[in-house]
Design a binder for this molecule. Structure first.
Ligand code: FAD
Ligand code: NAI
Length: 464
C-alpha cells in the first residue's frame, strides 16, 4: 500500500514524488513514456533552451563577432551535431530524475496510469501487461498537450507542433508559425538564427498574448528587426500539404483571403490539459469546459484523497509553477503548510533579448481601476549593456501610487530572465520601489537598470 501515487513525472509530478519521499511517505510515480521529466525535460523547456543556446552561438559566430574585431570565416552548421548535443542534455537531466527517485525511495513505474477507484491505480505497460496498485492518496500531474485549430492537422512532417519543431531534419527554407506566443517566438527565433525565413501568423492584434502592451510592442519591433515577419490580426482558416510544400490559408481583418506557402509549418496556439484515459469518470471527477481539473487551496479535487497540480489545473502553464505546486502538495500531505503565491510567478521568454515579467501588467491595473505609477529605464543608459552592445529594451516597474508597493515588473533586455528574480523577492517581502532603489547594486551590472527603474518610480533615474 502506497501513501501516494503520482500519475505523471513532469516537473509537477516528479518534484511532488521526491518531496513526498523526502518527507517519509511511501511513493510511486507512474510515467507512460520511457523517460521521466514530462513535457519540460523531454520536449519542452530543456530541448528548446538547448537549441536556443546553440542557434545563438551560430548566429553570434556567423554574423555578430566581427563587430568585436573577431573574424571567423567559413562558419558551417552541423545540424545533426546540434541535435545530438540537445539529446545529450535531455538525457542527462531525465537520468537525473531516475537518480533522485532511487535516492529518495520513490518507485518509478513505466506505464499508462488510470484511476480504478479512490484507492487503486491500474498501470498498463507498453506490452499490454497490467498491475493494480493500492494507495491512500492519488496525485494527478498529467500535464498538457498542444491545442489545435480547425482546418490544421498535424502530420508530424510538414505541419508540426512544438515537438516536431525541435527535431526538423534540415533547416526549413520558410517556416510559417501559427501563433505569436511563447513557443512561436522561441522556436521561430531558433530557426531564423539557423537561416529560415520565418513568418508568424497571429490571431490577436498584438504578439505575446496577455503580456504588458509596451513590452509586446518593443518585442515585436526587435524581433521584426531580426527578420521575423509578423502578420497580426489574421485568422488562419486551413493548412494543406502537397509534396514538400505546405499551404496555409488565412483571412485578414478586412475579411480578404490569403494563402502562403512554406516547407514547414509550426502550429503553436496554446496547450490544453491532458487527462484522456485517466479514468476520471470512475471516481466522478469532472473537468471544466476547457478540460482543467478544479482544486481547493490544498490542491485537493472535489473527490477526497485525489489531488491535482501543474498544467492539468488552471494557472500559467509553466514548469516552475508546476514544481512549486508539486512541492506544496507534498508538504500539505505530510501535514505541513504547503503554499504557492500565485501573485509572484515569473514568466520568461528565452529569446534574444529575453523577455520577463512578474505580477500585474499596466493593462490589468487599468482594468482594476488601481492608481499606479510607472518607473522605466532603458538599457541604453546602462553601462554594462552598452559595453556588450546589448542596449535594446528596458525595465518597467509598476508600483502603487500611494504606498509605492511594487505591483508588477516587466523587462525586455539582456539577462531579463535572471534580473526579474530580484523583483520577485522584493514582491514576496512586500517591498516598495524605494526599497529596491535604496539597495546598492554592483557596477557595472545589468541589475543597475532595475535599480534605475525603481528610482524612476520616485524622484527619477540618474542616467535617464
Ligand atoms: P508535464 O510536464 O506535461 O508532464 C506530465 C507527464 O505525465 C508527461 O510525461 C506525460 O507523459 C505523463 N502522463 C500523462 N498522462 C499519463 C497517464 N495516464 N499515465 C502515465 N503518465 C501520464 N515552461 C517553463 O516554465 N519554461 C520554459 O522554458 C518552457 N518551455 C517550454 C517549451 C515548449 C516547447 C513547451 C511545449 C513547453 C514549455 N514550457 C516551459 C511549459 C512546461 O513544459 C510545462 O508547463 C510543464 O512541463 C508542466 O508540467 P506538468 O508536470 O504539469 O506536466
Ligand atoms: P501561447 O498561449 O503562449 O500563445 C499562443 C498564441 O497563439 C496566442 O498569441 C494566441 O492569440 C495565438 N492563437 C490562438 N489561436 C490562433 C489562431 N487560430 N490563429 C493564429 N493565432 C492563434 O501558447 P504557446 O506558444 O503554444 O505555448 C503554450 C504554453 O507553453 C504557454 O502557456 C507557455 O506558458 C508554455 N511555454 C512556456 C515557455 C517559457 O516559459 N519560456 C516556452 C514555451 C512554452
Amino acid at each position: 500500500m502506497y501513501d501516494l501515487i503520482v500519475i505523471g513525472s513532469g516537473p509537477g509530478g516528479y518534484i511532488a514524488a521526491v518531496r513526498a519521499g523526502q518527507l517519509g511517505m511511501k511513493v510511486a510515480c507512474i510515467e507512460k513514456y520511457q523517460t521521466y521529466g514530462g513535457t519540460c525535460l523531454n520536449v519542452g523547456c530543456i530541448p528548446s533552451k538547448a537549441l536556443l543556446e546553440s542557434s545563438d552561438k551560430f548566429e553570434q559566430t556567423h554574423e555578430l563577432l566581427s563587430i568585436h574585431g573577431v573574424n571567423v570565416s567559413d562558419v558551417k552548421l552541423d545540424l545533426n551535431k546540434m541535435m545530438e548535443r540537445k539529446y545529450g542534455v535531455v538525457k542527462q537531466l531525465t537520468d537525473g530524475i531516475k537518480y533522485l527517485f532511487k535516492k529518495y525511495k520513490v518507485d518509478g513505474i513505466t506505464g499508462f496510469g488510470s484511476i480504478v477507484d479512490k484507492t487503486h491505480v491500474k498501470v498498463t505497460a507498453d506490452d499490454g501487461s497490467e498491475q493494480v496498485l493500492e494507495t491512500k492518496k492519488i496525485l494527478i500531474a498529467t500535464g498538457s498537450k498542444p491545442a489545435s485549430i480547425p482546418g490544421v492537422v498535424i502530420d508530424k512532417d510538414r505541419i508540426v507542433d512544438s515537438t516536431g519543431a525541435l527535431t526538423f531534419p534540415e533547416v526549413p527554407k520558410h517556416l510559417i508559425v501559427i501563433g505569436a506566443g511563447v513557443i512561436g517566438l522561441e522556436l521561430g527565433s531558433v530557426w531564423r538564427r539557423l537561416g529560415s525565413k520565418v513568418t508568424v501568423l497571429e490571431y490577436m492584434p498584438k504578439i505575446l498574448g496577455n503580456s504588458d502592451g509596451e513590452i509586446a510592442k518593443e518585442a515585436k519591433k526587435l524581433f521584426g528587426k531580426q527578420g521575423i515577419e509578423f502578420q497580426l490580426d489574421v485568422k488562419v482558416t486551413g493548412a494543406s500539404v502537397k509534396g514538400k510544400t505546405a499551404t496555409v490559408t488565412y483571412e485578414d481583418k478586412a475579411g480578404a483571403s490569403h494563402a502562403i506557402e512554406a516547407d514547414r509549418v509550426l502550429l503553436c496556439v496554446g496547450r490544453k490539459p491532458y487527462t484522456a484515459g485517466l479514468g476520471l469518470e470512475n471516481i466522478g471527477l469532472e473537468t471544466d469546459k476547457r478540460g482543467f481539473i478544479h482544486i481547493d487551496k490544498n490542491f485537493e479535487t472535489s473527490i477526497k484523497g485525489i489531488y491535482a497540480i501543474g498544467d492539468a489545473i488552471a494557472g500559467p502553464m509553466l514548469a516552475h509553477k508546476a514544481e512549486d505546486e508539486g512541492m506544496a502538495v507534498a508538504e500539505v500531505l505530510a501535514g505541513k503548510h504547503g503554499h504557492v503565491n500565485y501573485g509572484v510567478i515569473p514568466g520568461v521568454i528565452y529569446t534574444h533579448p529575453e523577455v520577463a515579467n512578474v505580477g500585474a501588467t499596466e493593462e490589468s491595473l487599468k482594468d482594476q481601476g488601481r492608481a499606479y505609477k510607472v518607473g522605466k529605464f532603458s538599457f541604453m543608459g546602462n553601462g554594462r549593456a552598452k559595453a556588450v552592445f546589448a542596449g535594446d529594451g528596458f525595465v518597467k516597474i509598476l508600483a502603487d501610487k500611494e504606498t509605492d508597493r511594487i505591483l508588477g515588473a516587466h523587462i525586455i533586455g539582456p539577462a531579463a530572465g535572471d534580473l526579474i528574480h530580484e523583483i520577485c523577492v522584493a514582491m514576496e517581502f512586500g517591498a516598495s520601489a524605494q526599497d529596491l532603489a535604496l539597495t546598492c547594486h554592483a557596477h557595472p551590472t545589468y541589475s543597475e537598470a532595475v535599480r534605475e527603474a525603481a528610482l524612476a518610480c520616485g524622484d527619477g533615474a540618474i542616467h535617464a
